[in-house]
Design a protein around this ligand. Structure first.
Ligand code: NAD
Ligand code: DAU
Length: 336
């Protein structure tokens, strides 16, 4: 199978490409990435000379360049990870989120129709469901719930989902959608909670916890997300939405304390800071559908996943260092 993977140099895309190359020796990857601040060419550099891997620096909003990819390569499936993904940045500057996450998805859907591609899988998020109250642990997001977004980021992702479903109904475009909870693991850009806190704790810097720190996320080890996407791409039903979650709810303050303990650092590093505007209180996913219909289940429990993740960041200081000093951008003519 030849996969066109957009956003492949980001956190989850990188892990997915590694997963496919490891699991399917016959498969080939065309990795398409604009290399924004979040895209890191270092992530997959070791595959530069691997005949099964090709990198193309392309913006998914650039219709001509995207069509040219489909003219050049014979593609079996498209998996769209490319997105602006950080909620805080979407609050500061929504416009690029609307461009990449909505227009970019539309361009890809048009290409899928034009070149009669057999599968388009959209990587969406549980944030499209809005949030849940802390005092109703029985409630978990289900696929047939409506859209109820909070941030410009989640609104842009929900718009992309709606476009996918509209293309399915109107043109019969062979789409599937997955909505996943918070991922953690290797190669996550250090602006997101877990890598940021690991990085700051190692440097004995203060750890900024938003609001009261009681907001809850449902954490999933990134490789488990990859295996779920793989199941959907190969076995999922066209036109369907699949929730993916770790069934592992933790408050932000719990996460931060676990990291501090693992790194043997004092809790006095924690600093409560101004809350994120519109901050979603709790996410929790019911992933019964993918478990029952496709036989997927997460393999990594949080205790071992977080230890592996902390070890990875400790053992790869140069990966973080090249991000912090901007060296990671000095590649393939990408301007800082
Ligand atoms: P990320 O920010 O680490 O990576 C995004 C990648 O997309 C980067 O490599 C970036 O260069 C690329 N990109 C951005 N704009 C582009 C454009 N216009 N054209 C081509 N490439 C572009 O994000 P991530 O955490 O890996 O998330 C990947 C996908 O998964 C996103 O769609 C996100 O919404 C979704 N998601 C993430 C999580 C999570 O916990 N990280 C959970 C659920 C869903
Ligand atoms: O739920 C899936 C989503 O998870 C994805 O769609 C997003 O792309 C991904 O970024 C993530 O969104 P969150 O906003 O949940 O992730 P983030 O790591 O930014 O924050 C996690 C929680 O930690 C959130 O409640 C805000 C809080 N936080 C975050 C940062 C960066 C802090 O308290 N301090 C911080 O410095």
């Amino acid at each position: 199978m030849r996969h066109l993977i957009t956003g492949g140099e980001g956190f989850i895309g990188t892990n997915y490409i590694r997963y496919i190359l490891k699991m399917y020796p016959e498969d080939e990857i065309i990795c398409v990435d604009k290399l924004t601040y979040a895209g890191n060419y270092d992530n997959l550099k070791e595959f530069e000379n691997d005949g099964r891997f090709t990198f193309e620096q392309v913006d998914i909003c650039d219709r001509k360049a995207v069509y040219s990819l489909f003219e050049t390569y014979s593609i079996d499936c498209v998996v769209n990870f490319a997105a602006e993904s950080h909620v805080d940045r979407s609050i500061e500057n929504p416009e690029i989120f609307l461009k990449t996450n909505i227009i970019g998805t539309e361009v890809l859907l048009d290409a899928v129709n034009k070149y009669a591609i057999k599968r388009f899988h959209q990587i969406s998020t549980d944030e499209v469901y809005g949030d849940l109250p802390l005092d109703r642990p029985d409630l978990k997001f289900e696929e047939d719930w409506g859209i109820k977004t909070s941030s410009p980021y989640s609104a842009s992702k929900a718009s992309a989902d709606l476009l996918c479903l509209a293309y399915f109904r109107t043109y019969g475009t062979p789409v599937t959608i997955s909505r996943c909870s918070n991922n953690y693991g290797p190669y996550q850009f250090p602006e997101k909670l877990i890598p940021l806190m690991i990085e700051k704790a190692q440097r004995n810097e203060s750890l900024p916890v938003y609001g009261d720190g009681k907001n809850i996320r449902d954490w999933l080890y990134v490789e488990d997300h990859c295996s779920a996407i793989d199941k959907i791409v190969r076995l999922g039903k066209i036109g369907e939405i699949y929730n993916i979650g770790g069934n592992n709810e933790k408050s932000n303050i719990e996460i931060v304390k676990i990291i501090l303990e693992a790194l043997k650092k004092p809790e006095s590093l924690i600093t409560f800071v101004k809350d994120r505007p519109g901050h979603d209180r709790r996410y929790a996913i019911n992933s019964g559908k993918i478990q029952n219909e496709l036989g997927w289940k997460p393999q990594t429990d949080f205790e071992s996943g977080i230890q592996q993740t902390i070890e990875w960041y400790k053992n790869n200081p140069q990966w973080i260092e090249r991000i912090l000093n901007g060296e990671y951008k000095k590649i393939r003519g990408v301007k800082s």
